[in-house]
Design a protein around this ligand. Sequence first.
Ligand code: CAO
Length: 331
Amino acid sequence: MSPHSKTAPSAAPAAAAKPVAPVIAQVISSGGKAHASPAIRRFARELGVEVAQVKGNGVKGRVTKDDVQNFIKAALAQPRGAGGNGLQVLASPVIDFAKFGAIETKPLSRIKKISGANLHRNWVTIPHVTQFDEADITDMEAFRKELGAEYAAQNIKITPLAFMLKAAVTALQKFPEFNASLDASGENLVLKQYFHIGVAVDTPDGLMVPVIRDVDKKGIVQLAKELGEVSAKARDKKITAADMQGGCFTISSLGGIGGTAFTPIINAPEVAILGVSRSSMKPVWKDGAFVPRLMLPLSLSYDHRVIDGALGARFAVYLSQVLADIRHLAL
Ligand code: CAO
C-alpha cells in the first residue's frame, strides 16, 4: 500500500491488554492480518502477544495455541546479555512497607491499569525527545477573553485549549510527518489526511483521551463547546472506546493546574504529543526594551524514529508563531 493511501481509523491506543513482563514486551508490535480464532486471539492477548506477529502453522495458515506458545518460547530464548537487544532490568524489589510505618493498600482503578500498561509500552518502545518552546499568547488571550464574554450567556467556556487544537492542526498541515503513524513493518509512514486530535482529560479514576474529530473543519467556538462536552462525558464515565479511537495527535494541557514544563508520553500509534503548561507574564525583549508579554510554555514530545530533531524544533517554532499571531488560523 502506498504510504499516502487512506486507511481506516487506527485502533484504540487504550485496548485492554494485560501488563506483560519486560522480556516479552519487546516482541510486541502492531501487525498486519493473521488468521486465528477468537479464543486464540484472546489467549495471545492475555500473554501480551500480537497475533499478527505469529506465523500460523494450522490449517490454511491459521495461528494455533502451539504457535503462540512457540513464539513466546523463541522470544524468551533470545540472548539478552551485553550486546543482546533485550531490555534487561532488575525485578522490582518486593518491600514490606508496613515495616516502616502505617500503610493502606488501594487497588488501582481499571482505567489506571489499562492506561498504565499502554503508557509503559509507549515509554519503553518509542525513543522520545521533548522539545520545549514558549508562545507569546498576549493577543490570543485578549481575543479569547472577548469571545468568552460573548459566549458566556450560551454557557460555552472558551478556554485556551480550543485555540491550541486549532493551532496544532495548522502545524500538522504544514508538517505532515507529525500527522502520521508507522505501519506494522516499521518501514513506512502512514500519512493521514484527516485531523482528529486526542485531548488528555484528568478524571477521578485516571487519565482518558477522548478524540475530537475533524478539528480542521471546526471553528474555535464549536471546538470549545465539544471540549466542554467531552470532558464532562469523561468525568461522568460516559466515554466509550469508540470516542477514544482514531486520534492523529494528542494535546495534554496542565495549564489549568500549573507548572512550567513536562515531558508527555506519546500516545502510540501517534508520533507526537503536545504538552501545555500554565501561561505567565514575562518580560520579553522587544525593539530595544523589555515589554510584559503573556508566555505559554509548550513541551512537544516526538518519536525520533520518525521525526528528526530539526523538524521537531521547526514544528514547535511554527506552532509558537501561529499562537502568537492567530490570523494564521484563518489561512
Ligand atoms: N495557562 C493559563 N491558564 C490556563 C491554561 C494555560 N495554559 N489553560 C487553561 N487555563 C485556565 C482556563 O482558562 C480556566 O480559567 P478560568 O476558570 O479562570 O476561566 C482554568 O485554567 C481551568 O481550565 P480547564 O482545565 O477547565 O479547561 P481546559 O480547556 O484548559 O482543559 C481539560 C480541559 C479537560 C484538558 C482539563 O480539565 C484537564 O483534564 N487537564 C488535565 C490533563 C492531564 O491530566 N494531562 C496529563 C496527561 S499525562 O499524565
